[in-house]
Design a protein around this ligand. Structure first.
Ligand SMILES: O=P(O)(O)OC[C@H]1O[C@H](OP(=O)(O)OP(=O)(O)O)[C@H](O)[C@@H]1O
Ligand SMILES: O=C(O)c1cc(=O)[nH]c(=O)[nH]1
Length: 235
């Protein structure tokens, strides 16, 4: 059974991620080139059961942040490609919460390459102009893809209200003079500071370590704890 210190939707999401092989333990090279003892791949959420757990977890996270006044939005935006199924399923799961309170929330996504025939253009879904836009994506590594998404939304006349991701790894970006960890901010912290927007996650690395006891080996837990101690971000 997952650890009871996490809210039920987080514990269910973590359990589904472990059972579905989305959250893996071993040796992985990150986009940043850092070697990590764990990896979280939302591209592996491809069964109905996993999509249900993933979309419900996004919907709960968004609704909680909305209820606490942290987020206000009327359009969800999923950056191509992996953001596309995430935004469509999160919109559905959100509309299934709280008796239709979110039924009028709409979604849109972009194309990586503009379409030059048919309806043409770079965007699919609801018009972005004048909307409060919440970006839905999987992870932040360097923040480059999120900066691109923010630029695209702004150039369409939308106002970026925040970003929701599946996992905050809570780690520093590697420094240019070696990768010794240290007291530095995360890529998420840098984005928050740059744009002044809320960035929230369904799970954090702290949540994973609080919830996996008894579900994975003690050796894997120790390696992830050591990694967290070495690379923990200052924000
Ligand atoms: O910190 P960031 O710069 O935002 O990078 C992280 C993003 O990069 C990858 O997507 P990618 O942009 O490669 O597109 P994909 O969804 O087509 O894999 C990954 O899935 C994240 O969404
Ligand atoms: O930093 C990355 O490249 C990365 C880490 C992670 O846990 N999941 C992912 O999709 N990318």
């Amino acid at each position: 059974m997952a650890n009871q210190t996490l809210p039920a939707y987080k514990a269910d999401f973590l359990k589904a991620a472990l059972e579905g092989g989305v959250l893996k333990f071993g040796t992985f090279e990150l986009k940043s080139k850092r070697i990590s003892p764990y990896f979280f791949n939302t591209g592996e959420f491809y069964s109905g059961k996993l999509v249900k757990a993933l979309s419900a977890a996004y919907a709960h996270t968004i609704a909680d942040a909305h209820a606490s006044g942290l987020l206000d939005f009327d359009l969800l935006f999923g950056p191509a490609y992996k953001g596309i199924p995430l935004v469509a399923t999160a919109t559905l799961a959100l509309s299934q919460l709280e008796g239709g309170k979110y039924d009028d929330v709409v979604y849109a996504f972009d194309r990586k390459e503009a379409k030059d025939h048919g309806e043409g253009g770079n965007f699919v879904g609801a018009p972005i102009k004048g909307k409060k836009v919440l970006i839905i994506d999987d992870v932040v590594s360097a923040g480059t893809a999120k900066r691109e998404a923010i630029d695209k939304i702004r150039s369409e006349g939308g106002v970026v209200a925040g970003i929701v991701i599946a996992l905050d790894r809570q780690e520093t970006l590697p420094s240019s003079d070696g990768d010794a960890g240290g007291d530095r901010p995360s890529a998420i912290g840098a984005l928050r500071k740059e744009y002044g927007i809320p960035i929230i996650s369904v799970l954090t690395l702290d949540d994973i370590l609080a919830g996996v006891k008894g579900l994975i080996s003690e050796g894997d837990i120790k390696r992830v704890e050591e990694y967290r101690a070495k690379y923990r971000a200052s924000d």
